[in-house]
Design a protein around this ligand. Sequence first.
Ligand code: TXA
Ligand code: MG
Length: 349
Amino acid sequence: MDTKIIKIDRKNISEKDMEMASHIIKNGGIVAFPTETVYGLGANGLDENAVKKIFEAKGRPGDNPLILHVASIDDIIPLVKEIPEIAKVLMYRFWPGPLTILFKRSELVPDIVTAGLDTVAIRMPKNEIAIRLIEKSNTPIAAPSANLSGRPSPTSSVHVIDDMKEKIDMIIDGGATGVGLESTVLDLSGDLPMILRPGGVTIEDLRVLIPHVALDPSIMDTRGHIVPKSPGQKYKHYAPKAEMIIFTGEIDKVVSEINSRKREYIDSGKIVGIMCTDETRDLYKDGLTISLGSRSEEDDIARNLFHALRTFDEKDVDVILAEGIASSNLGSAIMNRMIKAASGRIIAL
Ligand code: TXA
Ligand code: MG
């Protein structure tokens, strides 16, 4: 399939380009588009055949449900059975933005979107191009992250092109995404509101409005013993080709352990990547060193993580030795992705 790639400036959106993109969605095709979190792979969320193409393009298992993207709070009305009071409060506070909420689904939502579950995940993205695309297509847009299943989510159009060229109808290049990690997935159906996937809206942000919000215990489970409530969380994810190991603890100890392991790996002929921070970058002498940013700027670390993982792949690194990040605020979403990328290999010093 010939994939059309168009560049759109989100501050000056071309109506003609949006017309072309929405035409594809309306006719059951697939368009990759930017959101504030990561790029999404979008199709008409009410068209079963269109949604099927998303699963094919990604190689995504059929039991992993998709998020529906809407352009306004009112757009959710036909998609859900009921809107809990607390959901209203959260939507007014955090939408548009990186918070996905699970609702009891209506009959309108096709089974393929929810993987047969009785809930549907919905969010309103904070990106002008995404919003215009949904409005002009006049339908909710089902969109997972626009990566091949198992790879790091795309934070630039280059990543989408690497994974999806020739597989989908169109890629909208709208520049780099802002947050760089996916949205927070929140389940309000149980006794306690539960975060099924940490993301752009932090648990600390949510606690201001829902003090009793909990994290699904599987999220920081490094051994994979606890079954996650969200189907997507059980899959191998964000996985670079290299073996990745995370080191946590006092930073001096982390640096010296990474340096000594690095020596051993290099001596045995392996290519070593080091994922570190600005504060420590100069303490690593050889190996391919990538800093994610300053430890005091979690936003930067979040934004740079997936690109760093892809860069290590391009450089054919065999082993990635990574510094752990403190698990508060955005840090828990960052560490959740890192733990998955490392398949749970984490060493506490
Ligand atoms: O930021 C984001 O959320 C991006 C952008 C494109 O919006 N999308 C994204 O979609 O990350 P995806 O499909 O890569 O991840 C959606 C996650 C999966 O882990 C999936 O299992 C979970 O949300 N999910 C979707 N519907 C669900 C449901 N009804 N119940 C439980 N988990 C659900
Ligand atoms: Mg994904």
